[in-house]
Design a protein around this ligand. Structure first.
Ligand SMILES: Cc1ncc(COP(=O)(O)OP(=O)(O)O)c(N)n1
Ligand SMILES: Cc1nc(C(=O)O)sc1CCOP(=O)(O)O
Ligand SMILES: [Mg+2]
Length: 509
């Protein structure tokens, strides 16, 4: 029997920060450790330089000796290997070279993020001449994510950023040097008024996140906190797109509550895992005004949205592959249902789609058609269900204009936020547990994440899917989702009627 039901306690991941000490506590090692701890990681530190500073000025910067720098790295490697490493200030050329050699020699290489602090926000230069060249030539091939702001980007690439073309051109310079991906931070990007825009690319995919500019004087250490937040969320095994979104939300939440600790600008507040929807960034869609300005690939735009299901509790939602199953389940009183036939042409499924839609109307049930959106429109279905890949081909305005409901699959924070912008009729959250029904590219989410997702999507109907059976149903239902979708729990049951009755009892509790 599955005793954990997906609520396994997550091991606290180890995140190293390799950075300078800020005696004022707001940036560098201190900001990193606050952030790592606040988001649920265990922070270890390798101090590259000691700075004497307060909230007003940096008075003195002293790099540690090469021996001390290397000894810290080796001490940690021998006993407390990192799940993710965040690198901040490196103040000498030899530190850059020592770190590159150290990373190259690691047997199991963790994900490495480098926030290339060329010049502190206070204006004090903390880096040795020649350091940028050493970074470009020796360190970048070991970096999975580089997080420069526009100034740092210009220093590293010599490209002055005045357009989206410049952003891509400068990113390419760094990717060509061997860096895995780049997050260009929008704090200093002035392409769009009043929107703080962050641009991420790995050369194949692009993600743009926007947030209204939060005008706080207390923004000391924001870059350090952002990169260590990304590091910690990655160490907790979230994918990069979710780490970007969560780190941004962490920063926004902290900026709103930031306060002075001395006479000058204070640091952001460290307030734990973000949960307030208003702190989360806007996913910029390619078909939006800003998306077009940035030349993002694709057509997706927010549009008018989709017809409502008139309830946020869609109940038990069986997903089946035949008209016979539809008939059987409608006879059992099911009111939300999906016909999911895979791998056939439109012509091969059309008769089944027509029959399923007709049955749905006869039983006054919400009959969704999976994938075959053109047939669903043609024959007047109640709704369509589409996944992330389907969004590349489907013409959403046609579905919306035809008055059909739209359900969208999602598998994490980024996809949820992007899906929500399309104003669908419901959002599916998957896959919660391992499933035999389909090969999934993502990992099972588990109940702890599902609970967070359901709370964040609190103003749109939600459906949980993936590996849900009767035993797991009560705990899934307690997370606050509005519906439970199942395939094999019903289709492989010895007594489907008994299983439907038992699910209904859980969902009515
Ligand atoms: C309710 C519900 N949720 C998720 C899915 C999966 O849709 P998709 O990702 O498009 O995958 P396929 O089902 O097409 O294989 C779904 N069908 N229903
Ligand atoms: C079709 C499907 N979509 C998923 C998603 O997460 O998007 S999980 C899934 C299969 C669900 O089948 P079962 O209930 O047998 O595990
Ligand atoms: Mg699909």
């Amino acid at each position: 029997m599955d005793k954990t039901l997906g609520r396994t306690s997550v091991k606290t991941p180890i995140v190293w920060t390799i950075a300078g000490s800020d005696s004022g506590g707001g940036a560098g090692i201190q900001a990193d450790l606050h952030t790592i701890n606040s988001l649920g990681g265990y922070g270890c530190s390798v101090i590259s330089a000691v700075t004497a500073q307060n909230s007003v000025a940096v008075r003195l910067v002293e790099a540690v000796s090469d021996e001390m720098f290397s000894s810290q790295l080796d001490s940690l490697a021998d006993d407390m290997p990192a799940d993710v490493i965040k690198v901040g200030l490196l103040s000498t050329v030899s530190q850059v070279e020592l770190l590159a050699t150290f990373l190259a020699a690691l047997e199991t290489k963790p994900y490495v993020i480098y926030d290339p602090i060329a010049v502190a926000s206070s204006g004090a230069n903390m880096a040795q001449a020649g350091l940028q060249q050493a970074v470009l030539e020796t360190l970048l091939p070991h970096i999975d994510l580089l997080t420069p702001n526009a100034d740092e980007l210009e220093i590293l690439t010599k490209v002055i950023i005045t357009s989206s073309h410049d952003i891509r051109r400068s990113a390419k310079v760094l990717l060509d040097k061997g860096c895995g991906s780049i997050l260009i931070k929008g704090g200093h990007l002035e392409l769009v008024d009043d929107v703080c825009m962050d641009f991420w690319t790995n050369g194949e995919r692009e993600i743009v996140l926007g947030t209204p500019r939060i005008d706080s004087p207390h923004s000391h250490g924001t870059g350090c906190s952002l990169s260590s937040a990304i590091a910690t969320v990655l160490a907790l095994d979230y994918p990069i797109e979710d780490a970007l979104v969560l780190a941004k939300a962490y920063l926004n939440q902290g900026l709103k509550a930031a306060s002075a600790k001395g006479k000058g600008p204070g640091p952001i507040a460290h307030l734990g895992w973000p949960t307030d929807p208003t702190d989360f960034p806007d996913v910029i869609l390619p078909g939006s005004e800003l998306g077009r300005l940035l030349n993002l690939q694709g057509e997706l735009a927010a549009g008018q949205g989709f017809a409502s299901c008139n309830t946020d509790k869609l109940g038990l939602y069986p997903v089946v592959d035949s008209v016979e199953w539809c008939q059987k389940l409608l006879d059992m009183g099911i009111k939300t249902l999906q016909l999911r036939i895979k791998g056939k042409t439109d012509a091969e499924v059309e008769a089944d789609v027509i029959a399923a839609i007709k049955l749905g109307k006869q039983y006054q049930a919400r009959m969704f058609i999976n994938d075959y959106w053109q047939l669903a429109i043609k024959h007047g279905a109640y709704g369509v269900h589409l996944g992330q890949e389907d969004l590349n081909d489907a013409v959403l305005p046609q579905i919306s204009r035809a008055g059909l409901r739209l359900g969208l699959s999602t598998h994490g924070y980024y996809e949820m936020l992007r899906a929500k912008k399309l104003k669908p009729s419901y959002i599916a959250l998957g896959h919660i547990f391992p499933t035999q029904t389909k090969d999934m590219p993502s990992r099972p989410q588990g109940l702890i994440r599902l609970e967070k997702y359901a709370a964040l999507m609190n103003d749109i109907p939600t459906v949980a899917i993936g590996g849900i059976n009767l035993e797991r149903a009560p705990q899934v239902w307690q997370t606050g989702v509005g519906s439970i979708a199942v395939v094999t729990a019903i289709t492989l049951a010895d007594d489907p009627q008994a299983v439907v009755d038992a699910f209904n009892a859980v969902l009515e509790s």
